[in-house]
Design a protein around this ligand. Sequence first.
Ligand SMILES: [Zn+2]
Length: 143
Amino acid sequence: MVKTYPPAKLKQTIVERARGCCEYCRSQARFSTQAFSVEHIIPVSCGGESVLDNLALACQGCNNHKYTKTKGRNPVSGEMVSLYHPRQERWQEQFTWNEDYTIIVGLTPTGRATVEALKLNREGLVNLRQVLYAMGEHPPLEP
Ligand SMILES: [Zn+2]
């Protein structure tokens, strides 16, 4: 038998906690063609545990770009800084939207490094945000 991770009940808790949104780019699972994943904020390979405090809901794009990264380069200073940690930091303190809600802007070194490392303004996301905003479906509620 194939063991699936995380167990359905744990995944449900994580999806509800995230209100069905990617905890990085704020994409909504209900408008995605690909299933969202539960990702380890600190990777298992770096000692991260499979506990609620180390798990986050992520879209496939963010999950792929994050991979096992925990640090990224702050594009302003060039120094390596910690990436955004959805359990220890608040999204709205690290990021904001531009005036038409299509671009995520990093407010802090961590925010800016995360925008770059996870490519939070991928073309498809920006286009989708534009369409959803026009339909009154974006941005999602504050996390
Ligand atoms: Zn995402």
